[in-house]
Design a protein around this ligand. Structure first.
Ligand code: 13P
Length: 255
């Protein structure tokens, strides 16, 4: 009963003109079928969001969109930051929080991610909280406790009324942009553990509602096997989301 969420994280790719062309192509390719059964989202760079909003609103496209990051603060002297109220004004449905590239290149801690999760909820935006271990941790077999610690940190003091709508993205860092995809069993192991922890932190009922995505070298050729896992409810797609045809195939993983 969880609607799969197939989301394209464009990272720092596609300017606003390219974004319009891409979203139009995507909408056209998905228009011949009823896609209510799968939710399709794009996460473009900030500078593209207004263009994407205009297109989606104007043409009533069945695509939702969101941002790749959010400030923990709602306004003030934070040069270069983008606030929750700004993203809400652009009608963003989602915002990625704590992507591994933010954690790695911008030093984002679990504490900051927690503040960003709260900022998203405070502004009516659904956070996609990204968690996942690096290669060293995986080699040491510590992927489950490591990832669950990130989950605990990101959800600290987040009430059940909010947590029930969060999306968790399990993205093992060693599988991002490397072509090294986790096996469906690897994805299930950690996604299952995440759901188990949500049940411990809140309730089984809440855990059963939350969508857990897998991310890391998802392609049209491997998406179906990953989506077949019981605790994988979607994909967060990087590189393959930049290629419209490939992303459409990923969205249509059931075909
Ligand atoms: P790739 O699909 O390029 O491996 O990226 C995954 C990712 O980081 C999505 O957020």
């Amino acid at each position: 009963t969880r609607t799969p969420l197939m989301a394209g994280n464009w990272k720092m790719n596609l300017n606003h003109l390219e974004a319009i062309a891409h979203v139009q192509k995507l909408a056209f390719a998905l228009a011949d079928k009823d896609y209510d059964a799968v939710e399709v989202a794009v996460l473009p760079p900030f500078t593209d969001l207004r263009s994407v909003q205009t297109l989606v609103d104007g043409d009533k496209l069945k695509i939702v969109y969101g941002a790749q990051d959010i400030s923990a603060e709602d306004s003030g002297a934070y040069t270069g930051e983008i606030s929750g109220p700004m993203l809400a004004k652009l009608k963003c449905t989602y915002v990625a929080v704590g992507h591994s590239e933010r954690r790695q290149y911008h030093g984002e801690s679990d504490e900051l991610c927690n503040a960003k999760v709260k900022a998203a909820f405070r502004n009516g935006i659904t956070p996609i909280l990204c968690v996942g271990e690096g290669l060293d941790v995986r080699k040491a077999g510590e992927q489950v406790p490591y990832t669950l610690a990130q989950l605990d940190g990101g959800l600290k003091d987040v009430p059940a009324e909010q947590a029930e709508s969060i999306v968790i993205a399990y993205e093992p860092v060693w599988a991002i942009g490397t072509g090294e995809v986790a096996t469906p069993e690897d994805a299930q192991e950690v996604c299952g553990a995440i759901r188990g922890r949500l049940a411990e932190l809140y309730s089984q009922e809440l855990a059963d509602k939350v969508r857990i995505q897998y991310g890391g070298s998802v392609k049209s050729g491997n998406v179906a096997a990953i989506m077949a896992q019981p605790d994988v409810d979607g994909a967060l797609v990087g590189g393959a989301a930049l290629d419209t045809e490939e992303f459409v195939k990923i969205v249509r993983f059931r075909d």
